[in-house]
Design a protein around this ligand. Structure first.
Ligand code: GLY
Length: 551
Protein backbone atom coordinates (compact mmCIF):
# COMPACT_ATOMS: atom_id res chain seq x y z
CA UNK A 1 0.00 0.00 0.00
CA UNK A 2 2.84 2.35 0.98
CA UNK A 3 4.65 1.52 -2.26
CA UNK A 4 1.49 2.28 -4.23
CA UNK A 5 1.15 5.63 -2.47
CA UNK A 6 4.79 6.47 -3.17
CA UNK A 7 4.36 5.53 -6.83
CA UNK A 8 1.27 7.70 -7.04
CA UNK A 9 3.14 10.64 -5.48
CA UNK A 10 5.97 10.19 -7.96
CA UNK A 11 3.60 9.80 -10.88
CA UNK A 12 1.41 12.84 -10.18
CA UNK A 13 3.93 15.60 -11.01
CA UNK A 14 4.98 13.67 -14.14
CA UNK A 15 1.38 13.37 -15.25
CA UNK A 16 0.93 17.10 -14.77
CA UNK A 17 4.01 17.79 -16.85
CA UNK A 18 2.58 15.64 -19.61
CA UNK A 19 -0.16 18.16 -20.42
CA UNK A 20 0.18 21.90 -20.89
CA UNK A 21 -1.14 24.24 -18.17
CA UNK A 22 -2.92 26.36 -20.81
CA UNK A 23 -3.94 26.39 -24.45
CA UNK A 24 -2.59 28.84 -27.00
CA UNK A 25 -3.54 30.15 -30.43
CA UNK A 26 -1.33 32.45 -32.49
CA UNK A 27 -2.62 33.63 -35.85
CA UNK A 28 -2.29 36.50 -38.27
CA UNK A 29 -5.63 38.07 -37.31
CA UNK A 30 -7.15 38.76 -33.84
CA UNK A 31 -10.59 37.59 -35.04
CA UNK A 32 -9.15 34.24 -36.19
CA UNK A 33 -7.31 33.79 -32.89
CA UNK A 34 -10.59 34.53 -31.07
CA UNK A 35 -12.38 31.96 -33.28
CA UNK A 36 -9.82 29.32 -32.24
CA UNK A 37 -10.29 30.06 -28.55
CA UNK A 38 -14.08 30.09 -28.92
CA UNK A 39 -13.93 26.54 -30.25
CA UNK A 40 -11.50 25.39 -27.56
CA UNK A 41 -13.81 26.86 -24.91
CA UNK A 42 -16.73 24.99 -26.50
CA UNK A 43 -14.95 21.69 -25.84
CA UNK A 44 -13.12 21.39 -29.14
CA UNK A 45 -9.57 20.14 -29.45
CA UNK A 46 -6.67 21.78 -31.34
CA UNK A 47 -7.90 20.20 -34.58
CA UNK A 48 -11.41 21.66 -34.25
CA UNK A 49 -9.74 24.98 -33.42
CA UNK A 50 -7.58 24.61 -36.56
CA UNK A 51 -10.72 24.23 -38.67
CA UNK A 52 -12.19 27.33 -37.02
CA UNK A 53 -9.02 29.41 -37.40
CA UNK A 54 -8.47 28.35 -41.05
CA UNK A 55 -12.06 29.20 -41.96
CA UNK A 56 -11.95 32.50 -40.05
CA UNK A 57 -8.71 33.47 -41.82
CA UNK A 58 -10.41 32.65 -45.13
CA UNK A 59 -12.95 35.34 -44.24
CA UNK A 60 -10.92 38.07 -42.52
CA UNK A 61 -7.59 37.71 -44.35
CA UNK A 62 -8.86 37.22 -47.91
CA UNK A 63 -5.51 38.38 -49.32
CA UNK A 64 -3.63 35.51 -47.65
CA UNK A 65 -5.62 32.28 -47.80
CA UNK A 66 -9.13 31.01 -48.34
CA UNK A 67 -11.52 28.34 -49.50
CA UNK A 68 -10.28 29.10 -53.02
CA UNK A 69 -6.73 28.11 -51.99
CA UNK A 70 -4.88 25.40 -50.10
CA UNK A 71 -2.24 24.66 -47.51
CA UNK A 72 -0.46 22.22 -45.26
CA UNK A 73 -1.74 21.36 -41.77
CA UNK A 74 0.88 19.65 -39.58
CA UNK A 75 -0.89 17.77 -36.79
CA UNK A 76 0.35 16.11 -33.60
CA UNK A 77 -2.16 14.03 -31.64
CA UNK A 78 -1.13 13.83 -28.00
CA UNK A 79 -3.04 10.62 -27.18
CA UNK A 80 -0.83 8.38 -29.33
CA UNK A 81 1.87 10.69 -30.70
CA UNK A 82 0.43 10.35 -34.22
CA UNK A 83 1.87 13.01 -36.51
CA UNK A 84 0.71 13.76 -40.02
CA UNK A 85 0.86 16.47 -42.65
CA UNK A 86 -2.55 17.01 -44.19
CA UNK A 87 -1.70 18.09 -47.75
CA UNK A 88 -4.53 20.30 -48.97
CA UNK A 89 -2.38 21.84 -51.68
CA UNK A 90 -4.13 22.89 -54.87
CA UNK A 91 -3.85 20.68 -57.99
CA UNK A 92 -3.41 21.71 -61.61
CA UNK A 93 -6.62 21.24 -63.60
CA UNK A 94 -6.68 18.05 -65.70
CA UNK A 95 -6.68 20.17 -68.87
CA UNK A 96 -3.44 21.91 -67.85
CA UNK A 97 -0.37 21.35 -70.03
CA UNK A 98 3.25 22.21 -69.41
CA UNK A 99 3.15 25.06 -71.96
CA UNK A 100 -0.10 26.56 -70.57
CA UNK A 101 1.46 29.98 -69.98
CA UNK A 102 3.68 30.13 -73.09
CA UNK A 103 2.92 31.97 -76.32
CA UNK A 104 3.38 30.56 -79.83
CA UNK A 105 7.06 31.50 -79.69
CA UNK A 106 7.47 29.51 -76.47
CA UNK A 107 7.85 32.60 -74.28
CA UNK A 108 6.08 33.06 -70.92
CA UNK A 109 3.05 35.37 -71.24
CA UNK A 110 3.36 37.85 -68.37
CA UNK A 111 0.49 37.77 -65.88
CA UNK A 112 -1.28 34.71 -67.29
CA UNK A 113 -0.33 32.49 -64.33
CA UNK A 114 -1.06 35.23 -61.80
CA UNK A 115 -4.24 37.11 -62.68
CA UNK A 116 -7.67 35.76 -63.60
CA UNK A 117 -9.31 32.38 -63.97
CA UNK A 118 -6.52 30.61 -65.87
CA UNK A 119 -4.13 31.20 -62.96
CA UNK A 120 -6.25 29.19 -60.53
CA UNK A 121 -5.49 25.61 -59.51
CA UNK A 122 -8.18 23.36 -57.97
CA UNK A 123 -8.65 24.42 -54.32
CA UNK A 124 -7.70 22.05 -51.51
CA UNK A 125 -8.58 23.97 -48.35
CA UNK A 126 -12.28 22.97 -48.25
CA UNK A 127 -11.39 19.27 -48.48
CA UNK A 128 -8.67 19.68 -45.85
CA UNK A 129 -11.06 21.31 -43.38
CA UNK A 130 -13.64 18.57 -43.85
CA UNK A 131 -10.91 15.92 -43.51
CA UNK A 132 -9.47 17.40 -40.30
CA UNK A 133 -12.92 17.87 -38.75
CA UNK A 134 -13.97 14.32 -39.65
CA UNK A 135 -10.83 12.42 -38.70
CA UNK A 136 -9.30 14.47 -35.89
CA UNK A 137 -11.93 16.81 -34.47
CA UNK A 138 -14.38 16.30 -31.60
CA UNK A 139 -17.04 18.85 -32.55
CA UNK A 140 -19.42 18.95 -35.49
CA UNK A 141 -18.36 20.81 -38.65
CA UNK A 142 -21.24 23.18 -38.03
CA UNK A 143 -19.84 24.16 -34.62
CA UNK A 144 -16.25 24.61 -35.81
CA UNK A 145 -17.28 26.62 -38.86
CA UNK A 146 -19.77 28.78 -36.93
CA UNK A 147 -17.34 31.64 -36.07
CA UNK A 148 -16.30 31.97 -39.75
CA UNK A 149 -19.93 31.90 -40.93
CA UNK A 150 -20.74 34.65 -38.44
CA UNK A 151 -17.74 36.73 -39.53
CA UNK A 152 -18.61 36.32 -43.20
CA UNK A 153 -22.16 37.46 -42.59
CA UNK A 154 -21.51 40.26 -40.06
CA UNK A 155 -18.33 41.46 -41.75
CA UNK A 156 -14.98 42.67 -40.50
CA UNK A 157 -13.32 46.08 -40.57
CA UNK A 158 -10.76 47.11 -43.16
CA UNK A 159 -7.33 47.67 -41.58
CA UNK A 160 -4.19 49.41 -42.80
CA UNK A 161 -2.81 46.04 -43.84
CA UNK A 162 -5.95 45.22 -45.82
CA UNK A 163 -5.62 48.57 -47.60
CA UNK A 164 -1.98 47.87 -48.50
CA UNK A 165 -2.83 44.46 -49.91
CA UNK A 166 -5.85 45.75 -51.85
CA UNK A 167 -3.79 48.62 -53.33
CA UNK A 168 -1.18 46.13 -54.43
CA UNK A 169 -3.79 44.00 -56.26
CA UNK A 170 -6.19 46.76 -57.27
CA UNK A 171 -6.08 46.05 -61.00
CA UNK A 172 -6.65 42.30 -60.62
CA UNK A 173 -9.59 42.89 -58.25
CA UNK A 174 -11.13 45.53 -60.55
CA UNK A 175 -11.00 43.01 -63.41
CA UNK A 176 -13.37 40.67 -61.52
CA UNK A 177 -16.80 42.30 -60.89
CA UNK A 178 -17.73 39.83 -58.12
CA UNK A 179 -14.41 40.36 -56.31
CA UNK A 180 -14.56 44.14 -56.76
CA UNK A 181 -18.07 44.32 -55.28
CA UNK A 182 -16.89 42.62 -52.11
CA UNK A 183 -13.29 43.70 -51.62
CA UNK A 184 -13.35 47.25 -53.05
CA UNK A 185 -15.66 50.21 -52.56
CA UNK A 186 -16.87 51.71 -55.85
CA UNK A 187 -13.79 50.29 -57.55
CA UNK A 188 -11.33 51.82 -55.09
CA UNK A 189 -9.47 50.60 -52.01
CA UNK A 190 -12.02 50.84 -49.15
CA UNK A 191 -11.37 53.31 -46.32
CA UNK A 192 -10.25 52.26 -42.84
CA UNK A 193 -13.12 50.81 -40.84
CA UNK A 194 -15.24 49.93 -43.90
CA UNK A 195 -17.00 46.56 -43.31
CA UNK A 196 -16.34 43.68 -45.68
CA UNK A 197 -19.39 41.37 -45.70
CA UNK A 198 -19.37 38.08 -47.61
CA UNK A 199 -22.86 36.53 -47.61
CA UNK A 200 -22.09 34.19 -50.53
CA UNK A 201 -19.05 32.87 -48.70
CA UNK A 202 -21.20 32.35 -45.58
CA UNK A 203 -23.54 30.21 -47.68
CA UNK A 204 -20.62 28.09 -48.99
CA UNK A 205 -19.39 27.53 -45.42
CA UNK A 206 -22.92 26.54 -44.39
CA UNK A 207 -23.10 24.04 -47.25
CA UNK A 208 -19.76 22.59 -46.15
CA UNK A 209 -21.04 22.38 -42.57
CA UNK A 210 -24.09 20.47 -43.77
CA UNK A 211 -22.79 18.40 -46.70
CA UNK A 212 -19.01 18.15 -46.15
CA UNK A 213 -16.98 17.98 -49.37
CA UNK A 214 -20.04 18.07 -51.59
CA UNK A 215 -20.89 21.46 -50.09
CA UNK A 216 -17.95 22.81 -52.08
CA UNK A 217 -16.96 20.34 -54.80
CA UNK A 218 -20.52 19.55 -55.99
CA UNK A 219 -23.95 21.15 -56.07
CA UNK A 220 -24.56 24.89 -56.08
CA UNK A 221 -21.00 25.93 -55.16
CA UNK A 222 -19.42 23.75 -57.87
CA UNK A 223 -21.92 24.98 -60.46
CA UNK A 224 -21.09 28.63 -59.72
CA UNK A 225 -17.34 27.94 -59.73
CA UNK A 226 -17.38 26.01 -63.02
CA UNK A 227 -19.63 28.48 -64.81
CA UNK A 228 -17.58 31.47 -63.66
CA UNK A 229 -14.18 29.94 -64.41
CA UNK A 230 -15.33 28.73 -67.84
CA UNK A 231 -16.81 32.11 -68.78
CA UNK A 232 -13.55 33.84 -67.84
CA UNK A 233 -11.28 31.61 -69.95
CA UNK A 234 -10.34 29.07 -67.28
CA UNK A 235 -10.04 25.32 -67.81
CA UNK A 236 -11.65 23.68 -64.76
CA UNK A 237 -13.92 20.68 -65.24
CA UNK A 238 -16.52 18.91 -63.12
CA UNK A 239 -14.10 16.01 -62.83
CA UNK A 240 -11.39 18.31 -61.40
CA UNK A 241 -13.68 19.23 -58.50
CA UNK A 242 -15.08 15.73 -58.04
CA UNK A 243 -11.61 14.14 -57.98
CA UNK A 244 -9.88 16.52 -55.57
CA UNK A 245 -8.48 14.61 -52.57
CA UNK A 246 -6.32 15.64 -49.62
CA UNK A 247 -3.26 13.47 -49.07
CA UNK A 248 -2.05 12.46 -45.64
CA UNK A 249 1.72 12.58 -45.83
CA UNK A 250 4.38 11.48 -43.39
CA UNK A 251 6.09 14.67 -42.10
CA UNK A 252 9.85 15.01 -42.54
CA UNK A 253 11.91 14.51 -39.42
CA UNK A 254 15.42 15.58 -38.52
CA UNK A 255 17.48 16.79 -35.62
CA UNK A 256 19.61 19.74 -34.64
CA UNK A 257 21.80 19.85 -31.51
CA UNK A 258 19.59 17.40 -29.59
CA UNK A 259 16.26 18.82 -30.75
CA UNK A 260 13.83 16.89 -32.92
CA UNK A 261 12.39 18.76 -35.88
CA UNK A 262 9.09 17.73 -37.50
CA UNK A 263 8.30 19.63 -40.65
CA UNK A 264 6.65 19.80 -44.05
CA UNK A 265 7.16 17.06 -46.64
CA UNK A 266 7.02 17.54 -50.43
CA UNK A 267 5.19 18.99 -52.32
CA UNK A 268 6.59 21.61 -49.99
CA UNK A 269 10.27 22.25 -50.45
CA UNK A 270 10.32 23.82 -46.98
CA UNK A 271 11.09 20.80 -44.82
CA UNK A 272 13.80 19.43 -47.09
CA UNK A 273 15.57 22.80 -47.33
CA UNK A 274 15.18 23.48 -43.59
CA UNK A 275 16.70 20.12 -42.62
CA UNK A 276 19.50 20.54 -45.16
CA UNK A 277 20.44 23.94 -43.73
CA UNK A 278 20.28 22.70 -40.14
CA UNK A 279 22.41 19.68 -41.03
CA UNK A 280 25.04 21.95 -42.56
CA UNK A 281 25.05 24.35 -39.59
CA UNK A 282 25.22 21.52 -37.05
CA UNK A 283 28.86 21.08 -38.11
CA UNK A 284 29.95 24.38 -36.52
CA UNK A 285 30.51 25.51 -32.95
CA UNK A 286 27.68 28.02 -33.38
CA UNK A 287 27.78 29.72 -29.98
CA UNK A 288 31.49 30.44 -30.34
CA UNK A 289 31.17 32.26 -33.69
CA UNK A 290 30.96 36.01 -34.27
CA UNK A 291 27.74 37.46 -35.72
CA UNK A 292 29.49 38.00 -39.08
CA UNK A 293 30.67 34.35 -39.11
CA UNK A 294 27.19 33.06 -38.25
CA UNK A 295 25.53 35.22 -40.92
CA UNK A 296 28.11 34.18 -43.51
CA UNK A 297 27.73 30.47 -42.78
CA UNK A 298 23.92 30.62 -42.61
CA UNK A 299 23.87 32.39 -45.98
CA UNK A 300 26.19 29.78 -47.51
CA UNK A 301 23.90 27.03 -46.18
CA UNK A 302 20.84 28.83 -47.60
CA UNK A 303 22.52 29.21 -51.00
CA UNK A 304 23.20 25.47 -51.23
CA UNK A 305 19.80 24.29 -49.99
CA UNK A 306 17.98 26.59 -52.42
CA UNK A 307 20.15 25.34 -55.26
CA UNK A 308 19.04 21.79 -54.53
CA UNK A 309 15.43 23.00 -54.18
CA UNK A 310 15.49 24.42 -57.69
CA UNK A 311 16.84 21.22 -59.18
CA UNK A 312 15.16 18.39 -57.31
CA UNK A 313 11.91 19.46 -55.67
CA UNK A 314 8.43 18.89 -57.07
CA UNK A 315 5.23 16.94 -56.43
CA UNK A 316 6.34 13.51 -55.10
CA UNK A 317 3.28 11.90 -56.73
CA UNK A 318 4.71 12.89 -60.12
CA UNK A 319 8.49 13.04 -59.78
CA UNK A 320 11.03 11.11 -57.82
CA UNK A 321 12.21 13.58 -55.17
CA UNK A 322 15.45 12.27 -53.55
CA UNK A 323 14.37 13.33 -50.05
CA UNK A 324 16.40 10.74 -48.16
CA UNK A 325 19.60 11.73 -49.91
CA UNK A 326 18.99 15.47 -49.58
CA UNK A 327 18.31 15.39 -45.82
CA UNK A 328 21.09 12.90 -45.10
CA UNK A 329 23.78 14.47 -42.86
CA UNK A 330 26.34 12.97 -45.25
CA UNK A 331 24.98 15.20 -48.05
CA UNK A 332 25.24 18.19 -45.68
CA UNK A 333 28.82 17.22 -44.86
CA UNK A 334 29.70 17.25 -48.57
CA UNK A 335 28.08 20.67 -48.99
CA UNK A 336 29.85 21.96 -45.87
CA UNK A 337 33.18 20.76 -47.23
CA UNK A 338 32.64 23.02 -50.24
CA UNK A 339 32.03 26.07 -48.04
CA UNK A 340 34.76 28.62 -47.33
CA UNK A 341 34.49 30.12 -43.84
CA UNK A 342 36.08 33.35 -45.04
CA UNK A 343 34.70 33.82 -48.54
CA UNK A 344 31.26 33.70 -50.21
CA UNK A 345 30.82 31.08 -52.94
CA UNK A 346 29.38 32.80 -56.02
CA UNK A 347 26.13 30.99 -56.90
CA UNK A 348 27.47 30.72 -60.46
CA UNK A 349 30.21 28.47 -59.10
CA UNK A 350 27.63 25.90 -57.98
CA UNK A 351 26.17 23.54 -60.60
CA UNK A 352 23.58 25.58 -62.49
CA UNK A 353 19.85 25.92 -61.99
CA UNK A 354 17.92 28.91 -60.71
CA UNK A 355 15.82 29.85 -57.69
CA UNK A 356 14.31 32.76 -55.39
CA UNK A 357 11.93 35.28 -52.99
CA UNK A 358 8.80 36.27 -51.07
CA UNK A 359 5.87 38.52 -50.49
CA UNK A 360 3.20 39.20 -47.97
CA UNK A 361 0.80 36.56 -49.23
CA UNK A 362 0.02 33.30 -47.35
CA UNK A 363 -0.67 32.91 -43.65
CA UNK A 364 0.35 30.75 -40.71
CA UNK A 365 -1.17 29.79 -37.37
CA UNK A 366 -0.01 27.69 -34.43
CA UNK A 367 -2.24 25.98 -31.85
CA UNK A 368 -1.67 23.99 -28.66
CA UNK A 369 -4.59 22.64 -26.63
CA UNK A 370 -4.66 21.56 -23.00
CA UNK A 371 -4.28 17.89 -23.96
CA UNK A 372 -1.04 18.66 -25.79
CA UNK A 373 -2.49 18.30 -29.30
CA UNK A 374 -0.71 20.64 -31.71
CA UNK A 375 -1.29 22.18 -35.11
CA UNK A 376 1.11 24.19 -37.25
CA UNK A 377 -0.60 25.25 -40.46
CA UNK A 378 0.55 27.40 -43.36
CA UNK A 379 -2.16 28.27 -45.89
CA UNK A 380 -2.12 30.21 -49.12
CA UNK A 381 -3.89 31.53 -52.15
CA UNK A 382 -0.45 32.60 -53.40
CA UNK A 383 -0.23 36.25 -54.43
CA UNK A 384 -2.15 38.81 -52.28
CA UNK A 385 -5.85 38.23 -53.07
CA UNK A 386 -4.75 35.22 -55.18
CA UNK A 387 -5.72 35.56 -58.81
CA UNK A 388 -8.07 38.43 -57.91
CA UNK A 389 -10.80 36.44 -59.62
CA UNK A 390 -14.10 35.45 -58.02
CA UNK A 391 -16.63 33.49 -60.11
CA UNK A 392 -19.99 35.32 -60.05
CA UNK A 393 -22.26 34.17 -57.23
CA UNK A 394 -19.68 31.80 -55.72
CA UNK A 395 -18.29 34.01 -52.92
CA UNK A 396 -14.97 32.19 -53.40
CA UNK A 397 -11.86 34.15 -54.33
CA UNK A 398 -9.59 31.89 -56.38
CA UNK A 399 -5.88 31.27 -55.91
CA UNK A 400 -3.11 31.82 -58.45
CA UNK A 401 -1.08 28.90 -57.18
CA UNK A 402 -0.37 27.80 -60.80
CA UNK A 403 2.39 30.43 -60.67
CA UNK A 404 4.25 28.22 -58.18
CA UNK A 405 4.97 25.82 -61.05
CA UNK A 406 7.90 26.68 -63.28
CA UNK A 407 6.07 27.90 -66.40
CA UNK A 408 9.30 27.34 -68.30
CA UNK A 409 12.53 25.94 -66.87
CA UNK A 410 14.86 28.78 -65.93
CA UNK A 411 12.25 31.57 -66.18
CA UNK A 412 11.47 33.08 -62.77
CA UNK A 413 7.92 33.23 -61.37
CA UNK A 414 6.34 36.13 -59.45
CA UNK A 415 8.84 35.64 -56.64
CA UNK A 416 11.86 35.17 -58.86
CA UNK A 417 11.77 31.42 -58.24
CA UNK A 418 13.08 29.32 -61.04
CA UNK A 419 12.57 25.61 -61.24
CA UNK A 420 13.56 22.67 -63.30
CA UNK A 421 11.73 19.69 -64.80
CA UNK A 422 10.63 18.43 -61.36
CA UNK A 423 8.25 21.38 -61.00
CA UNK A 424 6.93 21.57 -64.57
CA UNK A 425 3.13 21.78 -65.03
CA UNK A 426 1.24 18.51 -65.49
CA UNK A 427 -2.48 17.64 -65.23
CA UNK A 428 -3.47 16.97 -61.61
CA UNK A 429 -0.02 17.85 -60.26
CA UNK A 430 0.57 19.96 -57.13
CA UNK A 431 2.82 23.01 -57.56
CA UNK A 432 5.96 23.15 -55.44
CA UNK A 433 5.56 25.17 -52.25
CA UNK A 434 7.83 26.79 -49.69
CA UNK A 435 5.37 26.57 -46.80
CA UNK A 436 7.12 25.17 -43.71
CA UNK A 437 4.87 24.50 -40.72
CA UNK A 438 7.21 23.08 -38.08
CA UNK A 439 7.36 21.52 -34.61
CA UNK A 440 10.54 21.52 -32.52
CA UNK A 441 10.78 19.06 -29.63
CA UNK A 442 13.59 20.36 -27.45
CA UNK A 443 14.90 19.12 -24.12
CA UNK A 444 12.86 21.75 -22.23
CA UNK A 445 9.73 21.98 -24.32
CA UNK A 446 7.94 22.11 -27.61
CA UNK A 447 7.74 24.86 -30.21
CA UNK A 448 5.08 25.25 -32.90
CA UNK A 449 5.93 27.77 -35.59
CA UNK A 450 5.76 28.93 -39.18
CA UNK A 451 5.29 32.03 -41.29
CA UNK A 452 4.14 33.31 -44.67
CA UNK A 453 6.58 35.01 -47.02
CA UNK A 454 7.05 33.11 -50.30
CA UNK A 455 10.47 31.57 -50.73
CA UNK A 456 11.73 33.47 -47.67
CA UNK A 457 9.48 31.26 -45.51
CA UNK A 458 12.14 28.58 -45.24
CA UNK A 459 14.97 30.88 -44.15
CA UNK A 460 12.66 32.60 -41.63
CA UNK A 461 11.83 29.23 -40.07
CA UNK A 462 15.56 28.41 -40.04
CA UNK A 463 16.31 31.64 -38.13
CA UNK A 464 13.42 30.82 -35.76
CA UNK A 465 14.87 27.36 -35.04
CA UNK A 466 18.30 28.89 -34.41
CA UNK A 467 16.76 31.37 -31.92
CA UNK A 468 14.96 28.49 -30.17
CA UNK A 469 18.24 26.57 -30.02
CA UNK A 470 19.91 29.63 -28.49
CA UNK A 471 17.43 29.45 -25.59
CA UNK A 472 15.30 32.45 -26.60
CA UNK A 473 11.52 32.76 -26.05
CA UNK A 474 8.79 33.04 -28.74
CA UNK A 475 8.73 36.85 -28.70
CA UNK A 476 12.36 36.74 -29.87
CA UNK A 477 11.78 34.07 -32.53
CA UNK A 478 9.06 36.13 -34.23
CA UNK A 479 10.70 39.56 -33.83
CA UNK A 480 14.30 38.83 -34.73
CA UNK A 481 15.77 40.76 -37.67
CA UNK A 482 15.90 38.63 -40.82
CA UNK A 483 18.26 37.99 -43.68
CA UNK A 484 17.85 35.71 -46.67
CA UNK A 485 19.69 34.13 -49.58
CA UNK A 486 18.10 31.87 -52.14
CA UNK A 487 20.91 30.92 -54.51
CA UNK A 488 19.60 33.11 -57.35
CA UNK A 489 19.65 36.04 -57.57
CA UNK A 490 23.06 35.88 -55.86
CA UNK A 491 22.18 38.52 -53.28
CA UNK A 492 22.13 38.54 -49.49
CA UNK A 493 18.87 40.35 -48.69
CA UNK A 494 18.33 41.80 -45.23
CA UNK A 495 15.57 43.69 -43.48
CA UNK A 496 16.15 47.38 -42.70
CA UNK A 497 18.37 47.46 -39.63
CA UNK A 498 18.91 43.69 -39.52
CA UNK A 499 22.70 43.89 -39.91
CA UNK A 500 24.95 46.45 -38.25
CA UNK A 501 27.28 48.51 -40.47
CA UNK A 502 30.26 46.58 -39.09
CA UNK A 503 28.69 43.21 -40.00
CA UNK A 504 27.69 44.53 -43.43
CA UNK A 505 31.29 45.66 -44.07
CA UNK A 506 32.63 42.28 -42.96
CA UNK A 507 30.21 40.39 -45.21
CA UNK A 508 31.01 42.64 -48.19
CA UNK A 509 34.70 41.93 -47.62
CA UNK A 510 33.90 38.21 -47.75
CA UNK A 511 32.39 38.65 -51.21
CA UNK A 512 28.66 38.86 -50.43
CA UNK A 513 26.51 41.17 -52.48
CA UNK A 514 24.28 42.89 -49.91
CA UNK A 515 20.85 44.33 -50.54
CA UNK A 516 18.82 46.04 -47.83
CA UNK A 517 15.11 45.38 -48.47
CA UNK A 518 12.67 48.29 -48.59
CA UNK A 519 10.43 46.64 -45.99
CA UNK A 520 10.56 43.94 -43.35
CA UNK A 521 9.09 40.57 -44.29
CA UNK A 522 7.22 37.65 -42.77
CA UNK A 523 4.46 37.23 -40.18
CA UNK A 524 5.57 34.42 -37.86
CA UNK A 525 3.08 32.92 -35.37
CA UNK A 526 4.58 30.81 -32.61
CA UNK A 527 3.63 28.85 -29.51
CA UNK A 528 5.99 27.41 -26.91
CA UNK A 529 5.05 24.85 -24.32
CA UNK A 530 7.85 25.21 -21.79
CA UNK A 531 7.48 21.82 -20.15
CA UNK A 532 10.32 22.39 -17.74
CA UNK A 533 8.99 25.78 -16.60
CA UNK A 534 5.38 24.47 -16.72
CA UNK A 535 4.13 27.42 -18.76
CA UNK A 536 2.83 28.17 -22.23
CA UNK A 537 3.95 31.24 -24.19
CA UNK A 538 2.83 32.47 -27.59
CA UNK A 539 3.87 35.30 -29.86
CA UNK A 540 2.66 36.97 -33.00
CA UNK A 541 5.09 38.72 -35.34
CA UNK A 542 5.24 42.47 -34.58
CA UNK A 543 5.44 43.07 -38.35
CA UNK A 544 1.83 41.91 -38.76
CA UNK A 545 -1.53 42.60 -37.14
CA UNK A 546 -2.01 39.14 -35.63
CA UNK A 547 -2.73 38.05 -32.08
CA UNK A 548 -1.28 35.36 -29.83
CA UNK A 549 -3.33 34.39 -26.81
CA UNK A 550 -2.70 31.90 -24.03
CA UNK A 551 -5.77 30.88 -22.02
N1 GLY B 1 2.36 30.04 -52.69
C1 GLY B 1 3.42 30.09 -51.80
C2 GLY B 1 3.99 28.76 -51.47
O1 GLY B 1 3.26 27.79 -51.49
O2 GLY B 1 5.14 28.65 -51.20
Amino acid sequence: MLRLLLLLLLWLPLAQAATPPAAAVASAHPLATAAGHEILAAGGNAFDAAVAVSAALAVVEPYSSGLGGGGFWLLHRARDGHQVMVDGRERAPLAARRDLYLDAAGEVVAGLSMDGALAAAIPGEPAALVHIATHYGRLSRARSLAPAIRLAREGFEVSEHYRRMASFRLEALRASPAAARIFLKQGAVPPLGHRIRQPDLARVLERMARDGNSGFYAGATARALLAGVGAAGGIWSKQDLRDYRVVEREPLRGSYRGMHITTAAPPSSGGVALLQMLNILAGYDWAALTEADRTHLAVEAMRRAYRDRAEFLGDPDFVDVPVTRLVDPAHAARLRAGMDGAQATPSSALAGVAAAPGGNHTTHFSILDRDGNRVAATLSINYPFGSGFMPEGSGVLLNDEMDDFSAKPGVPNAYGLVGAEANAIAPGKRPLSSMTPTFIDGPDGIAILGTPGGSRIITMVLLGVLEFAAGKEPAAWVAQPRFHHQYLPDVLQFEPGALSTAVQDELTLRGHSLQQAQQPWGNMQAVWWDRKGKRVLAASDPRGEGAAEVR
